[in-house]
Design a protein around this ligand. Sequence first.
Ligand SMILES: [Zn+2]
Length: 266
Amino acid sequence: MSEITKPNYLPKIIDSHAHLDFPEFDVDRDVLFQSMKKVGIQTVIIPGVSPEHWDKQHQIATQYSCPYALGIHPWFSDKQFPNALSELDKRINDSVHDPRFVAIGECGLDKLHKSDWEVQILVLEHQLMLAESLNLPVILHVVKAHNEIMPLLKRYKLARGGVIHGFYGSIELATEYVKLGYKLGIGGLILNSDARKLKDCITKIPTNSIIIETDSPAMSPKSSLVKRNTPLILPLIIDEIAKLQKKSSVLITERMFDNAMQLFDL
Ligand SMILES: [Zn+2]
């Protein structure tokens, strides 16, 4: 049994990336937040996705006191992007004094998605500029585009860096991001028995370079222990990281909490 399930130890856990505003959670969001509290999950950071999502995202973040990010996901970088970007500027202007508004994103590049590549780059660069001018961290979605995003991250040197969310890659790639001041968001993929490259990376990466996330409801791990991807799977992710890093789950829990608090200045 892991330390975090022992009855008299209540850990402090943050899910650094969960879309709890999505309709998948409409049926049982209250129950989910209550269950999260019981196992020590203090809060989740709700990333922004597209202008159509921001109203509900803000409403859920307010109702459950969650920090949130504002941004446009590469999947939603379409022909309407000039409008979307000006709406983003306006929304950020209205939120800039809200202490719960903690980051720009999620934004990034996704080569597996059909949205226009040039548009993806324009939309990402606009958000990197926003992060730079507002001195905020960025939440990055990077799929098959590490070689393309790296020069952009070198050009826009963000003082507060950010996170490569849902990271899956080698220790060499991870080290390049860490050198640029970014953390790696480790989620349910680490529970997959065939995630060899990622598991190897976690055995070698410094503990202060990672934060934990679930990306709920997406990216459900293939583990038989997980029926549905919610922040409630975080203790499993913590146990796996602890095992790979040969540290206690208590220590990893504390370090993951501190890393998220520090990155997002919570
Ligand atoms: Zn996401």
